[in-house]
Structures are given as structure tokens and as C-alpha cells.
Design a protein around this ligand. Structure first.
Ligand code: NAD
Length: 492
């Protein structure tokens, strides 16, 4: 990979029709957020490149890929997972430098990407039709056919795992893909495209067109020859995507923002709940859709919880993402850090107390200390809007009804975690929380095979699971007359 900014020799910035080449769009300086230095300059996709990628995907569907059976699709997905394992160290280094996240976390993400591909490799052959009961001389069956060309758009916070989560079900179902990574973080997705081609996916099955959202993303969503759009990103952009996709009645799935609660009851084991709650907000420096950023603690243990939480947050190791001991890396950019800090300043101006963090460090990069805000008013922006940074709020509550009222009183509904020692309380709370996933005494959020997605304005559709395949197939009914021609209903 070239690290030059010379516009005459930029690195290849698109992967189309099995070829990694320079795009014909804007020259983009791909940055390393932790140092503020340029990693590489590359020419990304133009709208013409998007058109070429869609045409390549359509060509693949009409060619050999369209005739490739589920068992072979499964074999290729397994091979792609193994190729990721083989390239794990390189991918983790690339992703850590490009996103600013700690290498230890990114190593786990690379493994998760391979696991997602393996899960969908294992279920590819489960896409099957059925015989329909109509009887007499009629035979009917359903075919489950790939939905076609899929436009898949992912954000910058988990570029590789999100790309794998999009590609895997689409390829398992037999679709062809045009993947659009974020303009700031295209490197691992381009590598994924190359690996897919190297393990034997035919040219055109996986295309990668990095570029900005307003032009390249919007062009992909509106494209008349794209059959389905799967989008992960902010709720505001999700509104645009849904509106634009309506013009051609595209199939749409949306994985959007979150403002998830972590709920700690007085009977919880604080030895577990404190470090897990710290991890649930500060991993990925809070730049995570499922960040449990609103922590509610029952009054009896509130002060003890806050004391331990602040102590643990205050000694987190913030720094060089490539240091294996680092727990919090850099935010994605200084511009994003300003936005995060703005939420903290505005909460302070409204009278909220900042226990720790809350200041912008000097020096290179876009680092931000883990921040804890005590008991802000529930109506404040820091409580209602997605901060997407290492900022936790901690609010006391009285009982189940009290915390359910506050926890559900946001426009999002992605995730919730409940900490309790009462075995009956976990399932009871799970049934009343408006969230796509509820963890009970367990902070982790996504596993291959477990549906992941949102209620309310966190979107619709589910990823990582068998149900995801339904989003990538059409159901076709076939009806055959099997009796004698003279007795056929059209001669009656
Ligand atoms: P964003 O919506 O600004 O961008 C996401 C992607 O959409 C990028 O690739 C961007 O280029 C593209 N895009 C922007 N405008 C577009 C348009 N008009 N048409 C088509 N594409 C467009 O989001 P972001 O700030 O980059 O990412 C963070 C957001 O993603 C947060 O809200 C986070 O919660 C959400 N997210 C959700 C999940 C989930 O599974 N629910 C996972 C990760 C991130």
C-alpha cells in the first residue's frame, strides 16, 4: 500500500468485477486517528464506479454465480472465513490504525468476522422451499430465490465486522453485493473484497465502492438495478435511505442508532456489574451502537456503584491503539471529539455534575478520557441523543416500574442489560424492555445465530441469525396442473 499523497499515484480505492483498482472519484486521505497522520491516499469511487459495480454484480448473478448451489456457496464462505483467520494479524493492524481502536479489541473483531461467515456458511443450505397444500390435480411448491443485487452500506465504527455481517447472509442466499464502506475507513473492506475473490467467489459477486454518503451512498440506494439495500448507520441517515429506496420499492433493512440502558438492581453482584458496565460503555470508546450509555442504579446501591465505577473508569488505560495494554484508543476524528465534548459541556451547563473525564486532552490524536456524568435530568440531550463517545450517565431509581419508565422513554430500542440476583426479575424485565436484545447478567450483545436489531427508531430487520436469510430471498410460488389436459381448469 502506497503512503503517498501524490494525486498521480494514489493507492487503489475500489474493488469492482474482481479487480482492485483506482476509483475515478475524489482523492481521499485515509487517516490514522490516533496520530493525526495520513495512512494512505486513495482515489475512491465515483458514481460511474458504482454503476460499474452494480453492472458487475448483475453480470455475476446472470453468470456462473447464479448457478452456484448452496453447498458450494457454503464452501466459499468457509474458505473466506479461513482466509480472514490466515490474514488476522494484518487485518487487525490495518483496522486498529484506521479506526483508532485498541488492537486487543480489534483482534476479537477479526475473529468475530470469521465466525459470522462460518455461521452463514453453515446455514446456507437451509434456504429451502416447500410443497404447498392445494390438492386435486394441482401441485404447488415455493422456490426461495436470491433477492438479487444488494447495496450494503456500513459505518466507520466496526468496518470489518459490519462488512462481514452484511456479506455473509447475502452470499449464503446467492445474492451479489455492492458494499459501500465509510469514506474514512475503507481499508479492511477492500481487503475483504480481495480475499473473497482470492478464495474463489467469481468476479462481480463482491464489489467494494468506498465513498461519501451524500453522493456515492445515495446513488447506490437510488440505483434502479439494486434490488435490496441493507444499511447500518445513524437514524437520521436511515430516514434518508428509507425515503430514497421507496422510489424503486427496494427491500430495505436498517440497523440504526441506540441509547441503551444498563440497569443495576440492589440485589446485583457489584463485583460483576461494575466492570461489565464499564466495558459496556467504554469499549470502542463508546462509539458503539449498543453502548449502554445510560446506567440506572437502584438507590440502595447507587453510591457504592458510582464510587466503584468512577474508580475503575478513572484508571482505564487510554492511549496508543497498537499497545496490547490499551483499553481505550482514539475517537475516529477530532471533529467527532468536538461533538462528544459538546454533549458534556451542554450537560454541565444544565447543572449536571461530571465525576471524571470531561476534558479535551492536549497532544496528537483524538483521545477523550472516560467520562461519568452524575444524575443528569432525564430530558437532557445527553440522556436522549446518541453521544457516540466514552460518556456514561448514572441515574438512581426506586423500583422496577420507575426504571422501566425511564429506560423505555427514548426513541431508540436496540439493547438493554439488566443486573440482578433475583432469577425471576431478569425474564420479567426482558419482557417489558423495548429493545431488540436484552442481556441479563451478561454484557455481550451479539453472537452468530442470535438475532440482533432494533425496536423503534433503532431500525428493523435482524442480523447475525437465520432470520437474516429471509431478508435476502424472494419467495416464488410455482403451480402445476398435473391432471389430463381435457380436465384442466382452463378447459372447464
Ligand atoms: P452515518 O449514518 O453518518 O453513516 C453510515 C454510512 O452511511 C456511511 O457509510 C455513510 O457514508 C453512509 N451515508 C451517509 N449518508 C448517506 C446517504 N444519504 N445515503 C446513503 N448512505 C449514506 O453514521 P455514522 O456516524 O458513520 O455511524 C454511526 C452510526 O451508526 C451510529 O448512529 C450507530 O449507532 C450506528 N450503528 C448501528 C449499528 C447497528 O447494528 N444498529 C451498528 C453500528 C453502528
Amino acid at each position: 500500500m502506497s503512503s503517498t499523497a501524490d494525486p498521480d499515484s494514489p493507492s487503489a480505492g475500489v474493488f469492482i468485477g474482481g479487480e482492485l483498482r483506482s476509483g475515478s472519484g475524489a482523492l481521499q486521505h485515509i487517516m490514522e486517528p490516533a496520530t493525526g497522520e495520513q495512512l494512505v491516499a486513495m482515489r475512491l469511487a465515483s458514481v460511474d464506479d458504482v454503476d460499474a459495480a452494480v453492472a458487475a454484480a448483475r453480470g455475476a448473478l446472470e453468470g456462473r454465480w447464479g448457478r452456484t448451489g448452496a453447498v458450494d456457496r457454503s464452501r466459499l464462505l468457509h474458505a473466506l472465513a479461513s482466509a480472514i483467520d490466515d490474514d488476522a494479524a494484518g487485518l487487525a493492524n490495518l483496522e486498529s490504525r484506521n479506526v483508532g481502536k485498541p488492537i486487543s479489541a480489534v483482534e476479537g473483531e477479526v475473529k468475530a468476522a470469521a465466525a459470522t461467515l462460518r455461521y452463514f456458511a453453515s446455514v446456507a443450505a437451509s434456504v429451502e422451499g416447500r410443497a404447498n397444500p392445494i390438492g386435486g390435480s394441482l401441485l404447488s411448491y415455493t422456490l426461495r430465490e436470491p433477492v438479487g443485487v444488494c447495496g450494503q452500506i456500513v459505518p466507520w465504527n466496526y468496518p470489518l465486522t459490519m462488512a462481514a455481517a452484511k456479506l455473509a447472509p447475502a452470499l449464503a442466499a446467492g445474492c451479489a453485493v455492492v458494499l459501500k464502506p465509510d469514506v474514512a475507513t475503507p481499508l479492511s473492506a477492500l481487503r475483504l473484497g480481495e480475499l473473497a475473490h482470492a478464495v474463489g467467489f467469481p468476479a462481480g459477486v463482491v464489489n467494494v465502492v468506498p465513498g461519501d454518503g451524500a453522493n456515492i451512498g445515495a446513488h447506490l440506494v437510488a440505483h434502479p438495478d439494486v434490488d435490496k439495500v441493507s444499511f447500518t448507520g445513524s437514524t437520521a441517515t436511515g430516514v434518508e435511505v428509507m425515503r430514497s429506496a421507496a422510489g424503486t420499492i427496494k427491500r430495505v433493512s436498517l440497523e440504526l442508532g441506540g441509547k441503551s440502558p444498563g440497569i443495576v438492581f440492589g440485589d446485583a453482584d457489584l463485583e460483576e456489574a461494575v466492570p461489565a458496565s464499564v466495558w459496556s460503555i467504554y469499549s470502542a470508546a463508546g462509539q458503539s451502537c449498543e453502548a449502554r450509555s445510560r446506567i440506572f442504579v437502584q438507590r440502595a446501591v447507587h453510591d457504592a456503584f458510582v464510587e466503584r465505577f468512577v474508580e475503575r473508569a478513572g484508571r482505564m488505560r487510554v492511549g496508543d491503539p497498537l499497545d496490547p495494554e490499551t483499553e481505550i484508543g482514539s475517537l475516529i476524528s477530532r471533529q467527532h471529539r468536538e461533538r462528544v465534548h459538546g454533549f458534556v459541556e451542554s450537560a454541565q451547563a444544565e447543572g449536571a455534575h461530571v465525576h471524571c473525564g470531561g476534558t479535551v486532552p492536549s497532544g496528537a490524536g483524538a483521545f477523550y478520557e472516560p467520562t461519568v456524568i452524575a444524575d443528569p435530568d432525564h430530558a437532557l440531550s445527553v440522556e436522549q441523543d446518541e453521544v457516540f463517545g466514552p460518556v456514561a450517565t448514572i441515574i438512581p431509581f426506586d423500583d422496577e416500574a420507575d426504571v422501566l419508565r425511564m429506560a423505555n422513554d427514548v426513541r431508540y430500542g436496540l439493547m438493554a442489560t439488566v443486573w440482578t440476583g433475583n432469577p425471576a426479575r431478569g425474564p420479567r424485565m426482558a419482557s417489558r424492555l423495548k429493545a431488540g436484545t436484552v442481556g441479563v447478567n451478561m454484557p455481550y450483545t451479539s453472537f452468530p445465530g442470535v438475532p440482533f436489531g432494533g425496536y423503534k427508531q433503532s431500525g428493523f430487520g435482524r442480523e447475525f441469525a437465520l432470520a437474516t436469510l429471509d431478508d435476502y430471498v424472494e419467495t416464488k410460488s410455482v403451480i402445476l396442473w398435473t391432471g389430463s389436459r381435457s380436465a384442466s381448469p382452463i378447459n372447464a
